[in-house]
Write a protein that binds this ligand. Structure first.
Ligand code: BGC
Length: 256
């Protein structure tokens, strides 16, 4: 048990990578707050039942992470229940595929609101709590390989992830005196609902795989195992870096 009795918040944990991390953290002995979006696919009852299936102390917490009052209420709820917050995982994320020339302000703002503003809010509210506790703490952003490599027709997404990369590097410096480690995990193509359209299309899927040196999509569990390391005491001296979990995708440069 590598996270015994640590209190962890995972945002956007109703599916995909977030769900994988929440399940694994609970299996490692953490008390996990599993964040769901109000009005999302699962109602609160289903969310509580799902969280309970991850581990005996896991709870579902509802919050739109792009709203400060929601995030503050959520963190208060976690502290009221478990007494503290040790780990916050900024996982919630959305993407919209659209040629740049056609992107609307609403689409741009929506992506930035969840992926960047939401990550800022959760980091700030969580870090204030960690500082209040006297430290230490762990902030982990699930960014993307697109914090660094371009992805045509996903400009808002790439801008948000590039922003999360710089936020992480700044926070690693500002929060080091409080012994709060701040790192990113940059997943490549992981088999999750965000990629459902590609997974369901044999041609698109084959094309995607041809770009991945490892020859397959990744699994949420493979992101979760890096998250366990970054959330555990073993990563004490690790801060300000991005850990790629991408089967080599980032190294793939197609010249012709
Ligand atoms: C995106 C996926 C994409 C993957 C690799 C992820 O950040 O969410 O849509 O397949 O990066 O390009």
């Amino acid at each position: 048990m590598r996270l015994q009795d640590k209190v962890a918040l995972v945002t956007g944990a109703s599916s995909g990578i977030g769900k994988g991390i929440a399940e694994r953290f609970a299996a490692e002995g953490a008390h996990v707050a599993v964040n769901y979006r109000p009005g999302g696919a699962k109602d609160m009852e289903a969310a509580q039942a799902e969280a309970a299936s991850f581990g005996p102390t896991a709870i579902a917490v509802s919050a739109d992470i792009s709203k400060r009052e929601d995030v503050e209420r959520m963190v208060q709820e976690i502290v009221a229940k478990f007494g503290r917050l040790d780990i916050a995982i900024n996982n919630a994320g959305i993407e919209i595929k659209k040629p740049f020339l056609e992107v609307t302000d609403d689409e741009w703002n929506k992506v930035i609101a969840v992926n960047l503003f939401g990550a800022y809010l959760v980091s700030q509210v969580a870090a204030r709590q960690m500082v209040k506790q006297g430290g230490p703490g762990k902030l982990i952003n699930i960014s993307s390989v697109h914090e660094d490599i371009p992805f045509p027709e996903y400009t808002a997404y790439c801008a948000s992830k590039g922003g999360v990369r710089m936020m992480m590097r700044n926070l690693a410096m500002e929060l080091a005196p409080y012994k709060i480690n701040v790192n990113n995990i940059a997943p490549g193509a992981i088999a999750t609902p965000i990629n459902q359209a590609v997974l369901d299309d044999p041609v698109a899927s084959k094309n995607a795989i041809s770009e991945i040196p490892w020859g397959r999509f990744g699994k949420p569990e493979e992101v979760a195992s890096v998250a366990v390391f970054l959330a555990s005491d073993e990563s004490e001296y690790v801060t300000g870096s991005t850990y790629y979990v991408d089967g080599g995708l980032t190294q793939q440069v197609t010249l012709y």
